[in-house]
Design a protein around this ligand. Structure first.
Ligand code: 6GU
Length: 304
């Protein structure tokens, strides 16, 4: 099925390339956008060549994204002169996709571009666990905790694709240091430090679709997680297996509640309503910071 998707994409892209022969280049970067961060597609140049937009539903084997805030198109285009492909709308396991289905687009793109993709840039909306983090802050991911993966729900489970990567893939340096440095440099250059903080830390993958309980949030924080979300880690692992460099960014859309709930033994319980996470809040705060995230990613891509 990967071959079928790859063949389909090759055909469609070849047709586009024939129409814009002098200007089309195969992508060197895959960008995957998190909830409410799909506006990054507005950073694509509209001419020379215009973006090629392919609905997931046209591509054999691609699942459709079912989440509000995620559309479902693959877009080939140029961002600040650098050829990119954008997954506008990502796939999650909580939608009922298998973990292999969520990473299928990465395998298909790796196959169709003949290993020409050099890096994955991925963003997500996440809950903040580190007490320093506020809503609308950003976190450059420097490590992760793959909770479902540790328990057996792993994107590299099954026969290994030896021609792509090793059976026992090391992940001790999964997040590229040079790219992370570039992110901090651009963040400062663009003056975004006046509006919000860019932290560095550990992203925890929880499969969702529920937001964490207070006890779960406390557990994840105690394990060393700085943010928690429902995506990204499967894609990062497969991108590393394909030999790509990875840069990943969390947009903190809400702060997780780690304090215990009001006690039934307490005569005057307080702060019962504090911090009920909602998808609405995630999208609203995403909207506030998304322009910065999109500008930041485009500035990074310009250097690639
Ligand atoms: Cl609080 N939890 C999870 N799992 N994902 C999120 C989130 C929280 N906020 C945004 N995405």
């Amino acid at each position: 099925l990967i071959q079928q998707a790859s063949d389909y994409l090759t055909t469609v892209v070849a047709k586009h390339k024939a129409n814009f022969s002098d200007s089309f280049e195969y992508p060197r970067t895959l960008i995957i956008c998190g909830s409410g961060l799909g506006g990054i597609s507005t950073k694509l140049s509209t001419i020379n060549p215009p973006p090629l937009i392919i609905p997931y539903s046209d591509i054999p084997g691609f699942k459709r994204s079912t989440v509000p805030g995620h559309s479902g198109t693959l877009v080939f285009g140029k961002m600040k002169g650098s050829p990119v492909v954008l997954m506008n709308g990502r796939l999650h396991t909580y939608e009922g996709n298998s973990v292999l289905e969520t990473v299928f687009p990465i395998r298909a793109l790796h196959n169709m571009t003949n290993n020409q993709i050099e890096q994955l840039i991925v963003t997500n909306a996440a809950g903040g666990l580190n007490p320093k983090f506020k809503a609308c802050d950003l976190m450059c991911i420097n490590d992760h905790i793959n909770l479902p993966g540790l328990a057996g729900l792993h994107p590299l489970k099954g026969p290994n694709f030896d021609e792509e990567g090793p059976r026992f893939l090391p992940l001790s340096d999964a997040y590229d240091l040079q790219l992370r440095k570039l992110m901090f440099k651009k963040f400062k250059e663009l003056g975004m430090d006046q509006r919000r903080s860019l932290f560095e830390g550990v992203y925890t993958f929880a499969s969702g679709p529920t937001f964490e309980t207070r006890a779960e949030s406390r557990m994840i924080r105690n394990l060393g997680g700085d943010t928690v979300g429902m995506s990204t880690v499967p894609e990062v692992i497969v991108a590393r297996h394909c030999g790509w460099k990875v840069l990943a960014l969390s947009l903190v859309t809400n702060c997780c509640v780690v304090d215990p709930p009001a006690s039934a033994l307490d005569e005057n319980p307080t702060a019962l309503e504090a911090g009920i996470a909602s998808h609405k809040e995630v999208l609203e705060n995403g909207k506030i910071a998304s322009a910065d995230v999109e500008t930041l990613i485009a500035a990074i891509v310009e250097e690639l």
